[in-house]
Design a protein. Structure first.
Length: 237
């Protein structure tokens, strides 16, 4: 089911409230807004969406033995990347940054937020199609900045919905090694200098060593040891 609304505070908050009210929402249920006024990003950041951009949330229902952790970030960010690749002139300018950012020419073009309620995950996705918000701590970009004819919100949404379903299917059928290899093929290369900001404000610096089987970030420390990072905000060095 795909439901479009004119305006809301946050599509993620709307779906979370519905789940908490024990409404039965199946996997693949989507809520897409023309505008959202209280969108949220990771670590409590605001993510305001303007008309013409895509702002939507969907449901992923965890199956037996599945856990969200950092693993679900991989298929979702791949889905956003694959969708964007259909609408920009040079797909090689797209890069994935752990845990779930998609960059275009080094600037952020999308935001992804995942929230767990019991055995279901609400996945919020925002993509800058026609305008990029001004953020104080990072560069941003929109599809319109690199394409004379950016896609309409609805045409992009149609392809995004397709790719999300496809990547979730691959996540479940191809297994961890294949999914991890695909993600790494589009990500910052090993040896990239990273600074990881945790939710407590601490900063850990090292170089990118890959992904653990759980999808966690592997960070090589200056002393040569390798640290597994389950959550954090990454800044490329």
């Amino acid at each position: 089911m795909i439901r479009y609304i004119a305006q809301t505070g946050s599509t993620n908050a709307d779906l979370m409230a519905a789940l908490q009210a024990h409404q039965k929402l199946e996997e693949g249920h989507w809520l897409i807004a023309d505008r959202q006024t209280a969108g949220r990003g990771r670590q409590g950041r605001e993510w305001h969406g303007g008309a013409g951009n895509i702002m939507g949330s969907t449901i992923v229902t965890l199956q037996s033995g599945e856990y969200p952790g950092t693993w679900l970030n991989l298929p979702i960010s791949l889905a956003v990347r694959e969708t964007l690749a259909e609408f920009i002139p040079n797909a090689s300018d797209l890069m994935l940054k752990w845990p779930n950012d998609v960059l275009l020419g080094g600037a952020k073009i999308s935001g992804i937020l995942m929230e767990l309620f019991e055995f279901q995950v609400v996945v919020g996705i925002g993509v800058n199609l026609v305008i990029a918000p001004d953020l104080p701590d990072r560069a941003t970009v929109s599809v319109a900045d690199v394409s004379e004819e950016p896609p309409s919100r609805d045409s992009f949404a149609s392809r995004l919905i397709h790719h999300v379903a496809q990547e979730i299917g691959k996540w479940r059928t191809l297994g961890e090694p294949a999914m991890r290899a695909r993600w790494l093929g589009h990500a910052h290369p090993k040896g990239t200098q990273l600074a990881v900001h945790d939710e407590g404000g601490a900063i850990v610096e090292g170089t990118f060593e890959g992904l653990a089987p759980t999808g966690a970030l592997l960070l090589q420390m200056p002393d040569g040891s390798v640290r597994s990072v389950q959550a954090g905000d990454v800044v490329l060095g």
